[in-house]
Design a protein around this ligand. Structure first.
Ligand SMILES: C[S@@+](CC[C@H](N)C(=O)[O-])C[C@H]1O[C@@H](n2cnc3c(N)ncnc32)[C@H](O)[C@@H]1O
Length: 242
């Protein structure tokens, strides 16, 4: 798999670049998510959390939690005892903490700085693990997926949302035009970032999806894996068990 970094010319690691990039766009992240996805991302998060309902997870880890939207949706849909959100970017977390406090959920959802590739939890700690639009940003995808598998309880489940590419006409053409011509221009402009929204389509372009991603999940120990394309395949919901 080709490593796509926010700045391919820089010698700093993907992890350092990703952390700095999300720190710098955190103040505009939620607004741009809604604006650039036309609000569709909200429905994807709801769908992912409903997929975990059957397991009624009590303790959930939301990896790459960012500003906490998936953690908040997990609390609304699944009503677990506790959610831990973990992210590399302190700025993203700090916006997330404000949202959680505003909803009076700070006793239920904690937000901690950490690295998905080296999780600060004992084996078998969580009933469910969720990741939305995070795995594509991992420096080492397999290391992150293996760590998540390690801290998942036997019988637990992961739900992973990630962008993918629609294949059929005309969605493929519309998506490509939007992703390559509109999203980078508006995203970089509004976030005042030189590369965050150029990195987004480039990283999606080279990221394994569908069957390829399921093969990687299986090689990292997950069982009963499945992939469900959403909104003409612009996003895919991956599920896996332990
Ligand atoms: C596109 S944002 C997604 C945030 C949130 N899950 C959402 O759905 O809005 C990706 C997040 O992944 C985080 N991230 C990337 N690599 C990470 C890693 N190795 N460990 C923890 N967080 C990571 C970034 O800091 C960023 O906040």
């Amino acid at each position: 798999m080709k490593e796509v970094k926010p700045d391919q010319q820089s010698s700093s690691s993907k992890k350092e670049q990703v952390e700095a990039m999300f720190d710098s766009i955190a103040h505009k992240y939620d607004f741009l998510n809604r604006f650039l996805s036309l609000g569709i991302d909200k429905g994807w998060r709801t769908k992912a959390m409903k997929a975990l309902k059957g397991k009624a997870p009590k303790r959930i880890l939301d990896v790459a939690t960012g500003t906490g939207d998936l953690a908040l949706e997990a609390m609304r849909v699944l009503k677990p005892h506790e959610i831990v959100g973990l992210d590399l970017s302190e700025q993203m977390l700090s916006f997330g903490r404000e949202k959680i406090k505003a909803q009076g959920l700070d006793g239920k959802i904690s937000m901690i700085k950490g690295d998905s590739e080296n999780l600060p939890f004992a084996d078998h700690s969580f009933d469910a693990i969720t990741v939305a639009f995070g795995v594509r940003n991992f420096q080492n995808l397999e290391a992150g997926l293996r760590e998540m598998h390690r801290v998942l309880k036997p019988g637990g489940q992961v739900a992973i949302l990630e962008f993918s590419k629609p294949h059929g006409f005309p969605f493929k053409q519309v998506f490509n035009f939007y992703f390559k011509n509109i999203l980078p221009v508006w995203g970089n402009l509004l976030s005042k970032s030189s590369n965050a929204y150029t990195y987004l389509p480039e990283s999606v372009q080279h990221f394994p999806e569908g069957e390829s991603f399921l093969r990687i999940m299986k090689s990292c120990g997950y069982q009963s894996v499945s992939a469900e394309p959403l909104t003409f395949g612009t996003c895919t919901l991956y599920l896996g068990g332990k």
